[in-house]
Design a protein around this ligand. Structure first.
Ligand code: CAP
Ligand code: MG
Length: 452
């Protein structure tokens, strides 16, 4: 036990009032010893310390110590306060991450450590950019309101050549879809060069817009080996496509938070689409080490992503930790976690509001814009109603890949089925009823059934 990292007399209220501490809650599973023992090791390792007291410490360096201020041995939860002065001054998510989700995961006497939630004081919060634009800007551009933004991912995940790829986009747009995204591994492959595919997409988008009289958006993956290349790709898009018609997709986990923040700083007028491929290694409930989806989403918002994948609340194909992580850890099942600024049941005004009612902390986000949830993975047009009813708001983007491109009559009809499904929801008509005189939807129901 490292006693200098424990102060159970500190009150959370006072810590908050001081405006000087970031608060965090961890689930801690010790191999040996109490939760408090290990919490002190975690506080040391994730702030100023190491495995033992350090001779070179100074009076000042000791003010950089994190403090365990609350403990629940039964639930194995520890609350730790971090002086915000220890973090990079420039509002860096990478910096917070390196402390709170860094070496601590390697501490040998732990069989589990999960960072569940954080709270930031206003002074520190203001050092972060936050999103520059979000779904509001996208709605305005598309002129789409009172329903989710309907999107797809081009499938197969990889292997289409530029013309084939752009044609799939075109078909989806002409069928009525709003938004298309690159799949997360699409980059600058030999058989589908980045610049070539971007130009094809631009041309086919123009064609689709002329045909439908509606604006369309493409989310283009600019993740790359290094920032120079990422910026080169992003600049190419800016130079060749019209503003508003594109978003930048970034693989936020594999490319890193610095890539997200770089895009946010460089392109404040562009929607930054945070794809979280890889997050499951940290967020899955089967893994006792890692962090919750809430953490990822909060970090995404701080970094300035406009939208982030948040899962499908169990409707789609991915293990849904947004639904489960914290609650299972606590032995409770409580709906929470789809949108970061929401309470357990989210009315629309709260989703767009300023105050987050988290499970552990209520975060006041000040003027920082909300981040847009992107629901994706194993969805199809038939599942849209269930998805909306679970999310309880329509301010999200949904992307359906295989669920659209596998429509028996092709991508265009897949998009039409999605739109028809949405129309039925807007009109309060059941899918089966609406399908009677809507062929695309009927065929989607025949393929997927309604009980999925
Ligand atoms: C969806 C998807 C997304 C996942 C990511 C995929 O495709 O493109 O990457 O949804 O998961 O490859 O699986 P389908 P999450 O619509 O064909 O399933 O959004 O949970 O991060
Ligand atoms: Mg994908």
């Amino acid at each position: 036990m490292q006693k200098q990292y424990i102060n159970l007399n500190l009150s959370e209220e006072r810590l908050k009032e001081s405006n000087e501490f970031l608060l965090a809650v961890y689930k801690i599973i010790p191999k040996n010893g109490t939760c408090l023992d290990l919490a002190s090791e975690v506080a040391a390792e994730s702030s100023s310390g190491s495995f033992t007291r350090i001779g070179t410490a100074t009076d000042f360096s000791e003010t950089c110590d994190a403090q365990v201020y609350k403990i629940d041995e039964e639930k194995k939860l520890a609350w730790i306060a971090y002086p915000t002065k220890i973090f990079d001054r420039a509002g860096s998510v990478q910096s917070i991450f390196t402390y709170l989700a860094g070496n601590v995961f390697g501490v040998s006497n732990l069989s589990g450590l999960k960072l569940l939630d954080i709270w930031l004081p206003q002074k520190f919060l203001q050092t972060f950019d936050g999103p520059s634009c979000n779904i509001d800007d996208m709605r305005y551009y598309l002129d789409v309101y009172e329903r989710p933004i309907l999107g797809t991912i081009i499938k197969p995940k990889i292997g289409l050549k530029p013309k084939e790829f752009a044609n799939a986009c075109f078909e989806f747009w002409v069928g009525g879809g709003d938004f298309v995204k690159f799949d997360e591994p699409q980059a600058d492959q030999e058989f589908c060069p980045f610049q070539e595919v971007v130009l094809e997409i631009r041309d086919r988008m123009e064609e689709a817009e002329n045909e439908t009289g509606k604006k369309k958006i493409m989310s283009i993956n600019v993740s790359a080996a290094d920032f120079d290349t990422m910026i080169e790709r992003a600049d190419f898009v800016c130079e060749n496509m019209k503003r508003g018609s594109y978003a930048f997709l970034i693989d936020g986990i594999t490319a890193g938070f610095s890539a997200v923040q770089t895009l946010r700083k460089r392109y404040p007028d562009t929607f930054i689409h945070f794809h979280r491929a890889g997050h499951g290694a940290f967020t899955r409930k089967e893994n006792p080490f890692g962090f919750s989806v809430e953490i990822l989403t909060k970090f995404g918002r701080l970094a300035g992503a406009s939208g982030i994948h948040t899962g499908t609340i169990g409707v789609g194909k991915m293990a849904d930790d947004t639904y489960e992580t914290i609650h299972d850890d606590l032995g409770e099942t409580v709906y929470k976690g789809f949108v970061i600024e929401k309470s357990r049941f989210t009315p629309i005004d709260e989703a767009l509001g300023k105050v987050s009612k988290g499970y552990f902390f209520d975060q006041d986000w000040g003027d920082m814009k909300p981040i847009t949830p992107i629901a994706s993975g194993g969805l199809n047009p038939v599942k849209l109603h269930k998805l909306i009813s679970k999310i309880q708001v329509v301010d999200f983007i949904t992307t359906m890949g295989a669920g659209v491109h596998s429509h028996p009559d092709g991508t265009r009809e897949g998009a039409r089925a999605l739109l028809e499904s949405c129309e039925a929801w807007q009109k309060g008509i059941s899918l089966e009823e609406y399908a009677k005189d809507h062929k695309a939807l009927r065929k989607a129901i025949e393929k997927f059934g309604t009980e999925n």
